[in-house]
Write a protein that binds this ligand. Structure first.
Ligand code: BYC
Length: 317
């Protein structure tokens, strides 16, 4: 087959909603785009453990501690599925991680904000995991098989995360005046950064049209952001909390909630590494990675020992 006929065949498979699998032919740019997106996603899961991990030792009860521990462990698992999905495209996990530790890789802007109160743990579950789920629900239908399948499992877990976050918020908002104030303050600080998670506005998103054409992204950044706002506004009302957007208004014709302007300068400065916690996040990852080198060495030594033992057993047969 010529390059042109392979390309034609590939485009036909995308048009018929067939999944592309690791050993199938794919354009090199499709492969590169997927490695970029999946690796950024994997890094986001792993760095995303840090804001909530900060509260494991200070959770207000044993029950809260158990569910927070489980949630943070789930995020580590999501990172593993996603590094695995990137490897199916020929990427080397070690390279990807080294780029993150070297400060050269992107991960979600949202994790560069500090988690200063227990209310932040509630809001992260309620809003950040819900935003992730809105985005990832569409990715379950994406054209690359391993990514789509990883998303199905991840979305199930994100749903539990969202519920535990909403439950924390419901308890705080029905609590003492100090607890209510804590819940509102957390919402005030995390609302706008959560809207930024969906990426730049469509007209400033360089990758969207290509990715939508290949059915990697199934909806644009603005479409997903709108879907999220429409879900979150009635939830905030049910929690008796105020969305910190004085311009938020419901369009009576479409039924959509229309937000005021997003501060894209803040988003850009985070992408340039100037957010409140960018340096701290990479430093924490570096500490964990280099501090954990002995675990990797021990695992490799054990693997080698098992390999030698098996070889000896085979020889003695
Ligand atoms: N933060 O053309 P665009 C979680 C970058 S974690 C940082 O729109 P694309 C969780 C973008 O990478 C779930 N960078 O790009 C974990 C690109 O830069 P490069 C995280 C961003 O790819 C723990 C440039 O801006 N979810 O759930 O079409 C605890 C232009 O953007 C961001 C995912 O990763 C951002 N927010 O669309 C709790 C979902 N937005 O590469 C929860 C998978 C954009 O040209 N990813 N940029 O240097 C996606 O859906 C898409 O990649 C994005 C961006 C919507 C994020």
């Amino acid at each position: 087959m010529t390059e042109a006929s392979r390309q034609f065949d590939f485009e036909g498979r995308i048009a018929r909603d067939e999944k592309i699998e690791p050993n199938d032919w794919m354009p090199s740019r499709y492969r590169r785009q997927l490695v970029r997106m999946i690796s950024q996603h994997a890094h986001s899961e792993v760095v995303g453990m840090l804001p909530e991990g900060n509260w494991i030792t200070r959770a207000p009860s044993l029950r809260r501690k158990i569910s927070l521990l489980a949630k943070v462990q789930d995020e580590a698992g999501h990172g593993l599925y996603l590094y695995g999905a990137a490897e199916t495209l020929g990427a080397e996990r070690e390279d990807l991680i080294n780029r993150l530790l070297g400060g050269d890789a992107r991960y979600s802007s949202i994790f560069n904000y500090p988690s200063v109160t227990w209310g932040d743990v509630g809001v992260i579950g309620w809003l950040v995991d819900q935003a992730a789920m809105v985005n990832q629900t569409m990715l379950t239908k994406c054209s690359y098989g391993p990514y789509a399948r990883a998303m199905i499992q991840i979305c199930k877990e994100e749903n539990f995360h969202k519920r535990q976050g909403m439950e924390i918020m419901a308890v705080l908002s029905a609590g003492t005046s100090a607890q209510r104030a804590m819940a509102q303050d957390a919402l005030d600080r995390w609302w706008w950064p959560t809207l930024m998670m969906f990426g730049p506005p469509d007209e400033e998103s360089p990758h969207s049209s290509e990715l939508i054409g290949w059915k990697v992204k199934m909806k644009s950044n603005d479409e997903l952001r709108q879907w999220f706002v429409d879900l979150a506004v009635p939830q905030a009302e049910a929690l008796d909390l105020q969305i910190p957007d004085p311009e938020l208004v419901r369009d009576s014709k479409t039924g959509h909630w229309i937000s005021g302007p997003i501060n894209w300068d803040e988003f850009r400065s985070i992408l340039e590494g100037e957010g409140p916690c960018n340096r701290e996040r990479i430093e924490s990852r570096r500490e964990s990675h280099f501090g954990g080198a002995w675990v990797r060495e021990a695992a490799r030594a054990y693997e080698e020992k098992c390999r030698k033992k098996k070889a000896l057993e085979r020889e003695s047969l």
